[in-house]
Each structure stands twice: as structure tokens, then as C-alpha cells.
Design a protein around this ligand. Structure first.
Ligand code: PLP
Ligand code: COI
Length: 355
């Protein structure tokens, strides 16, 4: 008999890979835990999810994921505190956003209990894989894709929802230099930019590689219509500090409604920092860099948490940001990670105990 926890059946792996993992030197998303959650949509409904050994997936070559790119995903983290308690950060927001993304890609939405009970059970089974070291966590990747086949360009009749996890260290190491994009766009009005759709990332790789070839690490995406407003930093939302005001663009059809972004806005306000949510023009950022009022720029997202930007390129000129001792980026990164890892009070009710 297989074990059942939270109504989820568990098929245990026969062996563990955990002894091969160097938990003191973790890269990001490079090694994968022993189990995954698997749930299939067929006959018009999601079937009960199961925890199964982490394994390759066999798909028909006509599966629509390969041809028409019906795929969405999420990014979350689990943290283990000094008492070995396990925590998630605003997980219901990831669940809701996964369904928002699915709806836009004509993928059937998941029931909340399959996502939440499935995730909790997976974390209980692979508890030993959740790192305790500062700066490390278990990166969680829920994703849904079209497994049903056929060359007709229409939504599939079968889907898979999987949660795979990877004990991970920092996403970026060292200083991040970015290029403000003048030609390519990651999203457009009426498009899928607000969804975490796999294709959004595929479309970023080529322009990002062009930026890397020029010596930058990431692209700052601008609006597709005029390229005059900055919108996102690679796969992160972007914040700019001019004098003592922290500014981030409003969410829209084109921008992912980041959970880190909205938490940073609340945390900054609670710290007494003046925050503006409004469009940020490239001209404003360039002018502020020239007159010295541009103090900080940083990206915010689950994987990288807060990633300070050391400088940016625009129209063949490079601009360096000052190296300040006390930054909003470091204050806010400490505030959010202390809440995530149960080192500080959580007045917002964001932390979620896995039990
Ligand atoms: N923007 C994009 C395009 C992303 O891929 C991500 C990563 O998830 C974010 C922003 C940040 O969102 P979150 O803070 O919810 O991880
Ligand atoms: C995240 O921040 O979790 C992301 O999904 C970014 C990513 C594409 C690695």
C-alpha cells in the first residue's frame, strides 16, 4: 500500500540522490529533489495528483506543448528555519497567478486543493531537501503544459501539472549590468506578458544573448509601442530610486504582477520610504544618472529576491550607479528575507507554515 498524506497518494523513490548533493555550494536550479507532484487533466477534468519519484516524462511527438507552446509556470521557494519548521511565502498568490496564466493560454484551471495539498505533501516527503543555510532555499517550480496531441492548431485535450523542486543558492552572483532595450519587446498590449507563459521567456533569449555579447547581463524591457518607458528587468520587476523616492512601473497587460514587487512596495512604505507606482521614462532615468539623482536600480523577483543593478547601457553610452553604503535594496532584501525565513515578525500575514 502506498502512503497517503493530505489525501495525496505517495509513491516513494527506491533510492535517494541526496547524498550526492553539496548543500554548501548550491547553484540555482541545478539538482532536483527525489520526488515530484504529478497531476493529469483528461476526460474533461483534473485527476487526483500523486507524489511520484522525479523522473523523465514520455510524450507523444504531436503533444501540443511542442508545436503550439501551451505552457505556464510559477516560481516559489520553501525555507527551513533554525527549528526545522518549513515556510512558504504568499503561496496562494502563486496558485492564483498560475490559473490567471492558464486561462490566458486556454489551459484548464487547477483546483486550489490539488495545488496546495499537493505542494505541502511534496514538501513533507522531500523535507530533507530543503536547505537551511542562509541565502539557500528549495526553489519550487509548478508548471502546466499541453500533453494532448494533434497537429490541429487548437487547445489540447490533455494536460499535465507537475511540481518539481531544486535546492538552490543565489540566482545571480556579482554585479549586474543591464542594457535598456530599444528594438525588441517581451510583450505587447493584448498579449501574454502578464502571464507566466513559457513562450515569454523563449522570446527573451535572443535579445538577451545580443546584450550578453555586448558585455551586459540582462535586458531592461521597454514598452513595445515607443520603447520610451522601462517595464521589467529580465525576468524581474524593476525598481528605480531617484533621490529618496522609490519608483516602479504600474502592472499592465505587458507586465508580470510580481509577488516580490507588491511585497517590496508594502515593505518600503512601512519603512517610511516614499514609493511611487507610475510610468518611468528612459529619459528620466538617463537624466537622473547624469545629474547624480539616480541612486539605485534593482530587479525584484522570487528567484533573485532583490538584484541590485550596478550600471546600465543605453544608445551606446554606459552609466554607472553610485556605490552607496546604505541602500534601499539591502534594507528591503533583509526585511523580506527575514520574513520569508521566520527571522522576523510578519505583520502582513505573508508567511505560510507547511505542516
Ligand atoms: N517579471 C517576470 C517576467 C518574471 O518572470 C518574474 C518571476 O517570477 C517576476 C517579474 C517576479 O515575480 P515574482 O516576484 O512573483 O517572482
Ligand atoms: C522567479 O523569479 O521565480 C522566476 O520565475 C524567474 C525565472 C524565470 C528563473
Amino acid at each position: 500500500m502506498n502512503a497517503i498524506i493530505n489525501n495525496i497518494e505517495i509513491i516513494k523513490a527506491k533510492t535517494t540522490k541526496i547524498n550526492d548533493v553539496d548543500f554548501d555550494n548550491l547553484k540555482f536550479g541545478h539538482v532536483f529533489s527525489d520526488h515530484m507532484l504529478e497531476c493529469n487533466f483528461k476526460d474533461g477534468k483534473w485527476q487526483a495528483p500523486k507524489v511520484v519519484p522525479y523522473q523523465a516524462i514520455a510524450l507523444d511527438p504531436s503533444a501540443k506543448i511542442f508545436h503550439y507552446g501551451q505552457s505556464v509556470f510559477e516560481g516559489m521557494k520553501a525555507y527551513k528555519d533554525a527549528n526545522e519548521d518549513v515556510w512558504l511565502f504568499r503561496p496562494l498568490d502563486n496558485f492564483k497567478r498560475l490559473n490567471i496564466s492558464s486561462k490566458r493560454l486556454a489551459i484548464p484551471e487547477l483546483p486550489e486543493n490539488y495545488f496546495m495539498d499537493g505542494l505541502k505533501t511534496l514538501l513533507q516527503v522531500d523535507n530533507g531537501w530543503i536547505p537551511k543555510k542562509d541565502g539557500s532555499s528549495l526553489y519550487i517550480r509548478p508548471f502546466v503544459f499541453a500533453s494532448g496531441g494533434g497537429f490541429h492548431a487548437s487547445p489540447a485535450d490533455a494536460y499535465k501539472f507537475i511540481i518539481a523542486t531544486a535546492p538552490s543558492g543565489a540566482y545571480f552572483s556579482g554585479k549586474v549590468k543591464v542594457l535598456i532595450e530599444e528594438k525588441y519587446s517581451r510583450s505587447a498590449n493584448g498579449g501574454v506578458g502578464f502571464a507566466k507563459a513559457g513562450g515569454n521567456y523563449a522570446g527573451q533569449f535572443y535579445p538577451t544573448q545580443l546584450a550578453i555579447d555586448k558585455g551586459y547581463h540582462q535586458v531592461i524591457w521597454t514598452d513595445d509601442n515607443t520603447h520610451e518607458y522601462i517595464e521589467e528587468a529580465g525576468a524581474m520587476n524593476i525598481f528605480v530610486r531617484i533621490n529618496d523616492t522609490l519608483i516602479t512601473g504600474p502592472t499592465s497587460d505587458r507586465i508580470l504582477d510580481g509577488i516580490t514587487r507588491k511585497s517590496i512596495i508594502e515593505l518600503a512604505e512601512a519603512e517610511g520610504i516614499s514609493v511611487e507606482v507610475r510610468k518611468i521614462s528612459v529619459q528620466e532615468v538617463v537624466a537622473a544618472a547624469k545629474d547624480g539623482s539616480l541612486k539605485e536600480m534593482f530587479g525584484a523577483g522570487t528567484a533573485a529576491v532583490i538584484s541590485p543593478i550596478a550600471g546600465f547601457g543605453y544608445k551606446d553610452a554606459d552609466y554607472d550607479l553610485p556605490e552607496l553604503d546604505d541602500t534601499y535594496a539591502s534594507t528591503l532584501k533583509k526585511r523580506i528575507t527575514d520574513i520569508q525565513t521566520n527571522k522576523a515578525e510578519d505583520p502582513f500575514g505573508w508567511r505560510y507554515k507547511v505542516e
